[in-house]
Design a protein around this ligand. Structure first.
Ligand code: PAF
Length: 294
């Protein structure tokens, strides 16, 4: 009796490490893709978790082929930030992407992305100067905008998928694509959360057991704040309550803010919305961010 055939393991994605290999893989010539099939790009810095894989699943629904970039971008980290210790989990990432049938992994080295003599850096304004992440990470959006513009031009996607967890980043890259007339659609995908509400993040691995237990307070405090605003409480008071709850749980707060969801301008009345609540706070040595709509 013939035995059952073992299931074929998923074929791994192609890995491109140079721009010419990427172009060859995508069938892209100097002008545009020679292949008519659409391309979705999911930019990442690796250390992939279920939230990234949800972006990949969305990408698969939106285009014929999916490119996932994995590049820990040095230019978006400040000198005192965690570039050196940022989690790098290449083998696990590749395995996870094989399971999602990703077509191409774009994994340039720093020398490929920023060759000797590289001398151009974008300086985004508008949402990049909202006084949120930019206030605490002045390097961040210049680095993000520069690398994302390069990723867009290297991969020439029809759509690019970003997580809403980095909400200000999503506004910055949306603006960048629009301002530079880049022919692609930026899509923001909902934040993935643990059962207790903590937003999935590659940096959650830094949390000690005690910090991990405290971390869901960020989402809980924002949710309570949103509820209070919806029931008519003065926005500043509701935000103050959220701030107090978060500090009492052991966080050092960078900001807890109610902002206009599209412009990120400060907002004082519900009628001037839509409102987005955003938080960044440190517990121990780990800085976490989160946001929700009201
Ligand atoms: O959100 C990230 O992982 C990064 O900021 C991005 C968009 C991949 C740019 O390096």
């Amino acid at each position: 009796m013939a035995g059952k055939k073992a299931p074929t393991p998923p074929k791994g994605p192609r890995v491109a490490r140079t721009v010419s290999a990427l172009r060859k893989t995508l069938g892209a010539d100097v002008g545009k893709h020679t292949d008519a099939r659409t391309v979705a790009l999911v930019p990442t810095m690796g250390a992939l978790h279920a939230g990234h894989l949800a972006l990949v699943k969305l990408a698969k629904r939106r285009a014929d082929r999916v490119v996932v970039s994995i590049f820990v971008n040095p230019t978006q980290f400040g000198p005192a930030e965690d570039f050196g210790r940022y989690p790098r989990t290449w083998d696990a990432d590749l395995k996870a992407l094989a399971g999602e049938n990703v077509d191409v992994v774009w994994a340039p080295t720093a020398d490929v992305m920023y060759p000797q003599g590289f001398a151009t850096r974008l300086a985004p304004e508008g949402p990049a100067l909202a006084g949120l992440e930019d206030k605490f990470r002045p390097h961040f959006f210049g680095g993000v905008a520069t690398v994302v513009a390069k990723l867009f031009l290297q991969c020439r996607p029809d759509v690019a998928i970003f997580g809403q967890k980095d909400y200000q980043q999503l506004q910055v890259v949306t603006r960048l694509a629009r301002d530079l007339d880049l022919p692609l659609k930026v899509i923001g995908a909902p934040t993935w959360r643990e059962k207790d509400g903590l937003a999935l993040s590659s940096r959650n691995v830094y949390l000690s057991a005690q910090e991990r237990a405290a971390a869901p307070v960020l989402h809980a405090a924002l949710s309570a704040c949103a509820q209070e605003i919806r029931s008519g409480k003065i926005i500043a008071q509701a935000v103050d309550t959220a701030r107090n709850t978060i500090s009492r749980a052991g966080f050092i707060i960078d900001y807890v803010e109610a902002r206009h969801a599209a412009t990120l301008a400060p907002i004082h009345q519900q009628k001037d919305g839509p409102i987005r609540l955003l938080v960044a706070a440190k517990i121990g040595t780990t800085r976490l961010i989160d946001n929700i709509p009201v």
